[in-house]
Design a protein around this ligand. Sequence first.
Ligand SMILES: [Zn+2]
Length: 467
Amino acid sequence: MAAQSTENSSQPTENPPSVSIFVDRSAVDSATIQYRLVFDEPDSENTFWLINYTGNVVSSTGFISDKMHKNEQALRWDGETKSPSVTITSSANEGNGQEYTATNRWILGPTPQLSVAWAPSRNSRWQYRQPFQEDYPNATVKFADSGVLGSTFTYIGAYEEHTHHADGQQFQLIVANDAAPADPPSEIFKSLTMASKHMPGKSPDKVLAFVLPDPSWRGGYASPSRDELWVHEDARLSGPRNLWIHEYVHTRQSFELGKEMMWFREASAAYFASNLSVEQGRTSQSDVLQLLTAKKFDESALSKPNTWASHEVPYYQGAYTLWALDARIRNATNGERSLFDVFDRMNSHEGTIDYGDFKRIVTNIAGQSIDPWLNQYVTTSALPELQEDVGSIAGDVESNKVDDSNSRKTSGGNGNFSIPDANRLPVMIDDSSLTLFMWGGLGLVGLVFALVVAQYISGQIKRIRKF
Ligand SMILES: [Zn+2]
């Protein structure tokens, strides 16, 4: 059955019940994180539900199991219990085992998603807040040990914290127990801050980054639209990859991509990581091009994932094609516009971006149709000529055609997720995806894996709570 409320209402001003969140590792399973939420007594007039949750509800007191109108599981307050509580667990074994890590000394696991739905009075609209997100008005967090609770990641264990403030942004770096980042935090902050400035769209208020040692996968992981990421301690700022920027770019991707555009998520992260690293003087364009052309993928066409010779296609062929496309756009606009503008437009796009949308956006930014070019290099396995595009630009740094940071615009209004102000339950909140980047060792070209994990995510305000 569905909870209903009438639409018309007085202005709701009440907050949801205060909540205390206790976080600990499970005593029975060391890969499991346990979150116990104890709510203050809801106002007796109020209707109070827990909805849209991920993880496992292992116990609850004062809630009745119920269903939303699309049959989703939900918990409804029984209307009597003074301190209703619920215990939810999440597991570091979720996904394919590469995104999260559990060791004897520390654990990084997924923070569950959970929405509180309540109606301030009988005739008012439903309100939604998420106790694991910053928008919850009255939440306190306690760890049994020490830890950091983010919107996407929960870390439990000893850690070292570094914080950096720049241009109204806060960067928080959590170095896990025994991890030793390859570059000093000050350099990491410098690189991320510069990247953040150059990326189009509104910069996030807070960015939370973790540095993990082995046995974490030797790569990184980020959640688009959430400003949280982790990288392995061996990640370096130098070189054409710059995993720090790569993962950071993922956090700035708020677009949704159709199947024909799936390649763009990793391709654009790899493109911007290399482009901004060149700009920061951390690598050269020739090193970038050497890397991106080091692998051949035969008959792989970007827009046809079923033709991909490997999951590395977006990282190499995709990023290479974007270098060439960026050069086309800059040439067509006398350096006024670039792929950064395309990225910005994609973030503002409502709904899923398919290949037709992408062509329209590129045409709009370039001021002319380059559809034939796109059709050739996105929908077939053909590669743009190095001399024609990237090569000429690579040797043309001083003319500032590539390093044209002035042409980049910043504008607000990215399509971050928000909770729909629906007036009936339930609201299943938008899906998004998470991405994973990994690489091999020894300075070789390395292995790169793309991974997409569907997760319910919601909320546009991020918060870190730690103890
Ligand atoms: Zn990636």
